[in-house]
Design a protein around this ligand. Structure first.
Ligand SMILES: Nc1ncnc2c1ncn2[C@@H]1O[C@H](COP(=O)(O)OP(=O)(O)OP(=O)(O)O)[C@@H](O)[C@H]1O
Ligand SMILES: [Mg+2]
Length: 221
């Protein structure tokens, strides 16, 4: 069973949004999906409860027990709580992918620096760098903060695997148990395009080179 973990100690950076979207993407592709909400707020599980029965099913799980569930699912997405520490990621990172959403704001960048430093100190980055991907979330590419975030990510030895714009498409769809992957393509085509590099990285392990070129161009404008 494939597993994807989404973590960042900073609250509100988009862990639940990324998790529910990954769950919906794989469910739309016909996989049996577990969405594991480790967060005390249980936001992911509220979302699975609100999901219309006409949509591909996603099983919300509160207390994930690998031995019991691994035969039932093709993939498990883990929405980790803000309190989840770097040291707890050690065993996970050897085998599985970790996505770290980060917002382009000074406080979020600082919090992300601290989290990445803790990952670094624990030796996790060095041995598992290919399993860790950063996603810039709620981005407006014209703002200085996004450029500051790009410059920071350029310094750390981890790939930016995608960026997602700030749009009510995420808020509105989530409020009724949906994701942009469940909506008519034409209404969310810009957002679906932005997800492509993230999904490719999860499948291929490499950030597509046109995307890296685009990021490098943005850094030098
Ligand atoms: N790209 C986006 N555009 C617009 N709104 C977004 C975007 N990403 C997330 N949001 C909204 O921002 C809020 C916080 O996102 P989310 O709940 O996913 O963060 P979180 O990291 O899970 O927070 P917590 O640490 O509290 O669990 C939510 O209302 C979500 O709908
Ligand atoms: Mg959350």
């Amino acid at each position: 069973m494939q597993q994807i973990f989404v973590a960042n100690p900073k609250g509100g950076c988009g862990k639940t949004m990324l998790s529910i979207h990954l769950a919906a993407y794989y469910a739309q592709r016909g996989l049996t999906v577990a969405l594991c909400g480790h967060d005390p707020q249980q936001s992911s599980l509220d979302w699975t409860k609100a999901r219309p029965s006409s949509m591909p099913n996603i099983t919300g799980i509160r207390f994930y027990q690998h031995e019991i569930l691994s035969n039932r699912f093709d993939i498990a997405i883990h929405d980790l709580p803000a309190a989840f520490g770097a040291e707890q990621l050690a065993s996970i990172l050897k085998e599985h992918r970790l996505l770290i959403p980060v917002l382009p704001s000074p406080t979020d960048i600082k919090a992300c620096v601290r989290f990445l430093m803790a990952l670094n100190r624990s030796g996790l980055v060095e041995s598992n760098a290919q399993h860790i991907g950063l996603v810039a979330n709620r981005v407006n590419i014209r703002t200085n903060y996004f450029k500051v975030l790009l410059a920071f990510l350029n310094q750390v030895n981890l790939p930016l695997v995608g960026y997602l714009r700030d749009t009510q498409n995420y808020v509105r769809s989530a409020s009724v148990g949906l994701s942009i992957f469940d909506l008519p393509q034409r209404s969310v085509s810009q957002d679906l395009n932005q997800w492509q590099t993230i999904l490719e990285w999860l499948e291929e392990n490499e950030v597509p080179s046109p995307f890296m070129q685009q990021i490098s161009d943005l850094l030098h404008v």
